[in-house]
Design a binder for this molecule. Structure first.
Ligand SMILES: [Zn+2]
Length: 147
């Protein structure tokens, strides 16, 4: 599922108060529009209605695509200063999926790719989608049933 909530924030420049949607997760299969917004740079992007000031809202964002088995997690680089953040990884940088959740963690969420940059998040998704397409084409060319 995709998770987002509405929040009231003050513009860091002019203090103007406005409502924005903060996304903490996007499921591409259930919410293709969330994927489009991400590719347009419109996710967790603040733009002041009054003074036009723009900035990225530094909140973690999980992107996952169950159909293509892609899972990428963005974290703001500042997160690294926090113990609770570091606690989520093993020494090799692998994300430790919480054991205490009361449901079966889907397979694609067992291996989450971590990024610290929103552009890298988008590039990594493009990479995985292209890779999938590439291998599927290779597969169909070598499949004698299709020749
Ligand atoms: Zn403003």
């Amino acid at each position: 599922m995709s998770i987002h909530e509405n929040r009231t924030v003050n513009c860091p420049k002019c203090q103007h108060e406005q409502n924005i949607t903060i996304w903490s997760s996007i499921n591409a299969a259930l919410n293709p529009d969330g994927r489009n917004k991400l590719f347009e740079g419109a996710i967790n992007h603040f733009k002041c209605d009054k003074c036009q000031y723009e900035s990225l809202i530094p909140v973690p964002l999980l992107y996952h695509d169950p159909d293509r088995k892609i899972a990428v997690h963005y974290f703001p680089p500042e997160s690294m200063k926090k113990t609770e953040f570091l606690n989520q990884f093993d020494i090799y940088g692998k994300f430790i999926v919480a054991n205490e959740v009361d449901f079966d963690v889907p397979e694609h969420l067992m291996d989450v790719h971590i990024v610290f940059n929103m552009n890298e998040l988008v590039n990594y998704i493009i990479f995985r989608e292209m890779l999938l397409e590439f291998h599927q084409q290779k597969q169909s060319k070598t499949d004698p049933g299709l020749n």
